[in-house]
Design a protein around this ligand. Structure first.
Ligand code: GDP
Ligand code: IMO
Ligand code: MG
Length: 427
């Protein structure tokens, strides 16, 4: 019963979509367990490029059943347009399963996300504006709307009423916005009921039965470890748990079932939105990483902030996720630098610190301590084995592995499925 978790080890956009798609051919189920359409996962198959937001990347592998778990927040309009977009391109999406317990991102959640950010002003988080935080807030406040509520109009109406009771007071009195009518929301949500019905299932039961039947299940995280609500750079985080434990709660599978936890790790670092980022570059190296790496957000189109590899963060990701392996991505982007700085520790108020400080104040003061590693100039995009890499690229990978605390089992040398060096097999 191999169950694997695949998650982001940094601040998101590490290449989870590509890695999931690569494994998709050998697994039976790919499950999203948290987040929503704040995610943007790019998958390149041959000359076709797909940008997935809510759908698990396994949707592109014909033998694989894609599952949206109970821990995900679902915007029905985004889901349906993503499905029809794929159908138009000839992708069969009929196997999709959606948990009846997943929460729905309602139009008012999107409104609240946007007005809250506006009112935060310079303290804003830089959210994707997709209603993610307010939807999880409603879930925790026990005024959320779940997928199953679409199938009982009376319950749905009562729940929307309960949610809007307080929200309309805030919207009108605090934010100077118009009140949102209950009937209008209910009417809009009911339109989705029939369209989603073929996919709605008891996904917890399906997944546990699949594991008992020795099927291979892959849990695909959205975002990344440092964006985790508990373990990330709070408050500059997303509102869910992309870390490994989130796969258990977000899919209803016990921790004893998980056999492998793979951290997707970019060979340098990026971040979108506000918050601390010790190795961030503001010079031409940062510009070059952004240009060569194509570092533009898939969801919001924002430029990603870029910086050198941070081994302190990678070690932290190994620890909080219990990582068994790393999948190192975008090594090809670093080709051409004579020397590549790697952050091995921080200097905080004059002291060298080896591990990520738990204190937000300390992390804001962290200055990177760099070690210079020799670069390479040879094109590595055609490398198929570790031995095909130039010696300095091999040494870079080995150094990162040593510093990060888990074996690097695969290396990405390009965006395509086949542009991958597999060192240890994952399944
Ligand atoms: P995700 O959110 O973690 O799935 O990552 P994104 O799709 O947002 O961003 C990763 C970007 O890097 C995408 O454009 C991928 O096509 C691309 N990518 C993934 N792996 C590699 C790699 O090894 N090399 C290069 N050059 N690009 C890659
Ligand atoms: P993938 O899955 C990078 C960031 C936002 C913002 C913060 C909170 O593609 O790696 P939210 O809308 O979630 O409330 O925004 O989290 N963020 C991401 N950054 N990749 C993502 O997803 C992200 N999803 C959210 O930029 O800083
Ligand atoms: Mg992304």
């Amino acid at each position: 019963m191999p169950a694997l978790v695949l998650l982001g080890a940094q601040w998101g956009d590490e290449g989870k979509g590509k890695a999931t798609d690569l494994l998709g051919g050998s697994v039976d189920y790919v499950v999203r367990y948290q987040g929503g359409n704040n995610a943007g996962h790019t998958v390149v198959v041959g000359d076709q490029k797909y940008a997935l937001h809510l759908l698990p990347s396994g949707i592109l592998s014909p033998g694989c059943t894609p599952v949206i778990g109970n821990g995900v927040v679902v915007d029905p309009s985004v889901l349906l347009s993503e499905l029809s977009g794929l159908n138009e391109r000839g992708v069969d999406t009929s196997k999709l399963l959606i948990s009846g317990n997943a929460h729905i991102i309602t139009p008012y959640n999107v409104t609240v996300d946007k007005v809250t950010e506006r009112f935060l002003g310079k303290r804003k988080i830089g959210t994707t504006g997709r209603g993610i935080g307010p939807t999880y807030a409603d879930k925790i406040n026990r005024v959320g709307i779940r997928v199953q509520d679409l199938y009982d109009e009376s319950i749905l109406t009562q729940k929307v009423e309960a949610a809007l009771d307080v929200k309309n007071q805030i919207l009108t009195k605090l934010y100077n916005r118009r009140a949102i009518a209950v009937d209008q929301v209910v009417e809009e949500l009911l339109v989705y009921a029939d369209k989603l019905a073929p996919y709605v299932a008891d996904t917890v039961l399906v997944l546990n039965q699949a594991l008992e039947d020795d099927k291979v299940v892959l849990f695909e995280g959205g975002q990344g470890t440092l964006l985790d609500i508990d373990h990330g750079t709070y408050p500059f985080v997303t509102s869910s748990n992309p870390t490994a434990g989130g796969a258990c709660t977000g899919a209803g599978v016990g921790p004893t079932k998980i056999s492998r936890v793979i951290g997707i790790l970019k060979a340098y670092t990026t971040r979108v939105g506000a918050g601390p980022f010790p190795t961030e570059l503001f010079d031409e190296d940062g510009e070059a990483l952004r240009r060569i790496g194509g570092e533009k957000g898939v969801t919001t189109g924002r430029d990603r902030r870029c910086g050198w590899f941070d081994a302190v963060i990678a070690r932290y990701a190994t620890r909080v996720n219990g990582l068994t392996d790393f999948f190192l991505t975008k090594l090809d982007v670093l080709t051409g630098w004579e020397q590549i700085p790697v952050c091995v520790a921080y200097e905080i108020d004059g002291k060298r610190v080896e591990e990520l400080p738990y204190s937000q104040t300390d992390f804001h003061h962290a200055k990177p301590v760099y070690e210079m590693l020799p670069g390479w100039s040879e094109d590595i995009s055609k490398a198929k084995t570790f031995a095909d890499l130039p010696k300095n690229a091999q040494d870079y990978v080995k150094a990162l592995e040593e510093m990060s605390g888990a074996p690097i089992s695969a290396i990405g040398v390009g965006p395509g499925r086949d542009e991958t060096i597999e060192i240890n097999s994952f399944i």
